[in-house]
Every structure is written in structure tokens, then in C-alpha cells.
Design a protein around this ligand. Structure first.
Ligand SMILES: [Mn+2]
Length: 397
């Protein structure tokens, strides 16, 4: 059974060519869709006249993050966005359990039930209401066989999107801030990257460095990821998901004002922390949230970063895997800290190290955190707590 050729309006010749090559690749021998003369007036047809748009339900439609529009931005010069989502399906510098190459797919799948136009009581708004043009830019087709090439591909892709003109919908707070920090003095889009193992941050920091110079990092993770390379490691072996921040510091990509949040790993030796400090990080441990509380955790991160341009990187293992046995932060705690960081001068963000999980729980949690990124990247300051039946005096401890 051959599908009826769909009438598709092809407005730009560049897009038409890209479309033609995809069509030949994926539908060999099937006749191309025809052009304008075949477009019918759907307004009079039974479906549209009665029910309107053919919208996607939570469990239907092609897979993009939260049903956002999807474009292969790397090849589509007409794509416009202020905040683009970009998948980096790379996991070949992983020391233990691989599989994070399926992260972008799993996070998009986990996002189907949520929409960026839907608000929450916690944010008091929705990412779509805040004005930035949001677009799912697809995935970087990363080599799974050559790590040096893969790192270069990720840097080239990130640089490409970072240099695209913005759509122009960002708020007054962010228009001047990303422009003020950019070496060329113009506003650049911000990219939310869906990993991928944590090494993807090295090519991202290399690309950011060309636009902004060195940046601070807020790093949510169970692990330091600043470990020095073992003796005898080859140049390529030195770059892993546990060492990439040390390499980034060697390359001058970091300011000396970064901070970890949620560290709970076992150290090779306790002087790992000294080395970590030399890479430019302070440490907030998992237990600090119990000893000092969420508000102090937020305050310390904000004090450390100040007005620096800052990149946020979140390893999903900062969240307790099912609350046992590893005693990490709950998703709710991470979400509260993210809300408290709104208004910092973010130049980009990622979520990494999402692997296979039972019943998709990690993908759903990661998608929920990405929704928070999209609001956090746009607001000038943290939202006030939901008040409901409570009064200000109820907030005092
Ligand atoms: Mn990590």
C-alpha cells in the first residue's frame, strides 16, 4: 500500500534541496511530494472544519522534546531559536556502564507528557510564556568509533548553533547579558544539550570559550570529574567522563570560580579535593543539604558565581537512584535548587549520563529537569514560593 503523496508547501529552495535528499535517502523509489498547485483548502474538509488542528497527544506524534518544533538545525539555515535543544548521543569515554548514547532519545521520550506551554505552581509561569524561541535542533551524528573525531564533531556542531542569529524573544534581562559577555558583543543563542556521557562538556566548553572566553561552571554530580589522568595514559585516553574538567582547566576554558553541588562519591584519596580546588571548584556535598538547608545551598552557589558568565552541567547521578542505596539528592531537591539559580548569567546548560532505567524513570526525571532549565534560563530572579493558604510568617523557620 503506497501512501498518497502529501501536499507539502516548500517555501525555500535550500529547504527543498535538503528535503529532497532526505526523501531519497529514506523513501527510495517513492514519488516526491508535489508543490503548491496540489495544496487543498483544508478549512472546508471534514476534519478541520469540525475539529481544527491535527495536534499531537501526549503519547502520539514524532519525537521532539515536549512536542516542540523539530529541525535538523545543523543543516537548516532557516531554523531560528533563542534556546535550542541539541542531543549529543556519545558514550565512548565511559568508565563503567555505557548506554548514555540513548540519553537524547530517552529524555525526549520522557518529555512527551509535558508541554513547555504548561506552567507549574513552583515557577508561576511556563517556559513558553517567557518569550524565548524554543526549538528542538535534533542530534549531532557523532562517531561511535573515533573519540577524537566525535569530540571535534560535537565542538563543530555546538559552535555552529552558538553562532546562529537569535530569534529575538529573550527577556530584557537576558538580551544585554549574553551580549555583554560575548567577545563580539552580540546576543548568542543558548543551547540545552541532552547527553551523552559527561565528556561532552569538554567540546562544549571549547566552543563556548571561542564566544565568551573562560566561564564558571555549576556542576551537579555525585562525582568530581576533575580527576588527573593516570600515568602512561595516551593523549586520547586522558579525556574521559571523570577527567574532562581537569583537561578544560589545562586548556584555560574555566575561570577559577566554579562549584560542585551534590558530591557524594568515594575518593581515590582525600587529596583529590585539593586537586579539585586547583581545577577551580568548591564543593557542596550531598549531606550539606541536611546540615545547611536548601536556601543556604542556593546562596553559596549564587555567591560563588556572582555575575560571571556561567555554564550549568547536571549529571543525572546527582539524583539518588531510586533513593537507595546511594543517598543522593531527590529530584524535588534538585528542582528547588535549580529554581533558586534563576537570574544568573547562564550561557548554556546540559543534562548528561542518562542511561537505561526501569520503566523510563530516569528519562522522565531528566525531562522534568530540562523543563526547569528552560524556565531557569529565562527568568531574572528565582520565583517566590507558592503561597496558597500560607502566610509570610509560615516561611520563617
Ligand atoms: Mn559526571
Amino acid at each position: 500500500m503506497l501512501a498518497v503523496a502529501l501536499p507539502i508547501l516548500i517555501a525555500l529552495s535550500g529547504r527543498a534541496n535538503a528535503h529532497a535528499s532526505h526523501h531519497e535517502e529514506f523513501y527510495p523509489g517513492v514519488q516526491q511530494p508535489l508543490a503548491m498547485m496540489d495544496v487543498v483548502d483544508v478549512a472546508t474538509e471534514p476534519w478541520t472544519s469540525k475539529y481544527g488542528l491535527q495536534y499531537d497527544l501526549g503519547y502520539t506524534g514524532p519525537l521532539s522534546f515536549s512536542h516542540l518544533p523539530y529541525a535538523r538545525c545543523l543543516e537548516d539555515g532557516a531554523a531560528r531559536f533563542d534556546i535550542g535543544l541539541l542531543g549529543m548521543p556519545f558514550d565512548t569515554t565511559t568508565s563503567y556502564r555505557p548506554g548514555a548514547r540513548f540519553g537524547p532519545y530517552a529524555i525526549r521520550s520522557g518529555s512527551r507528557r509535558q508541554r513547555t506551554a504548561s506552567g507549574t505552581l513552583a515557577w508561576g509561569t511556563s517556559p513558553a510564556d517567557l518569550g524565548a524561541g524554543l526549538l528542538d535542533c535534533g542530534d549531532v551524528p557523532v562517531s561511535a568509533y573515533d573519540n577524537a573525531k566525535a569530540l571535534d564533531q560535537m565542538e563543530a556542531a555546538y559552535s555552529t548553533l552558538l553562532s546562529r542569529p537569535v530569534q529575538g524573544g529573550t527577556t530584557a534581562a537576558y538580551k544585554p547579558s549574553t551580549a555583554a559577555f560575548a567577545l563580539d558583543g552580540i546576543e548568542h543563542p543558548r543551547i540545552v544539550t541532552l547527553g551523552g556521557d559527561h565528556t561532552i562538556v569538554l567540546p562544549i566548553l571549547r566552543a563556548l570559550n571561542k564566544v565568551y572566553g573562560p566561564v564558571s561552571v555549576i556542576h551537579f554530580d555525585a562525582h568530581l570529574d576533575t580527576w588527573p589522568s593516570p600515568p602512561g595514559a595516551s593523549e586520547q585516553e586522558r579525556i574521559t567522563h571523570g577527567s574532562f574538567f581537569a583537561i578544560a582547566a589545562e586548556e584555560g576554558l574555566l575561570t577559577n570560580t566554579s562549584i560542585h553541588a551534590g558530591i557524594r562519591c568515594k575518593m581515590h584519596a582525600l587529596d583529590d579535593i585539593e586537586h579539585d580546588g586547583s581545577v577551580g571548584f568548591q564543593v557542596i556535598s550531598t549531606d550539606d543539604i541536611d546540615d545547611y538547608g536548601i536556601r543556604k545551598v542556593i546562596k553559596k552557589i549564587r555567591e560563588r558565581i556572582g555575575k560571571n558568565p556561567v555554564y550549568l552541567s547536571l549529571d543525572i547521578d546527582v539524583v539518588d537512584p531510586g533513593l537507595a542505596p546511594a543517598r543522593g539528592w531527590t529530584t524535588r531537591e534538585v528542582k528547588r535548587i535549580l529554581r533558586g539559580l534563576a537570574g544568573l548569567n547562564f550561557v548554556g546548560a546540559d543534562i548528561v549520563e542518562k542511561r537505561h532505567s526501569t520503566a523510563d524513570i530516569t528519562g522522565i526525571a531528566a525531562a522534568d529537569l530540562v523543563y526547569d532549565f528552560l524556565a531557569m534560563l529565562q527568568l531574572e530572579s528565582p520565583p517566590l514560593p507558592h503561597q496558597g493558604p500560607f502566610s509570610d510568617s509560615d516561611l520563617a523557620h
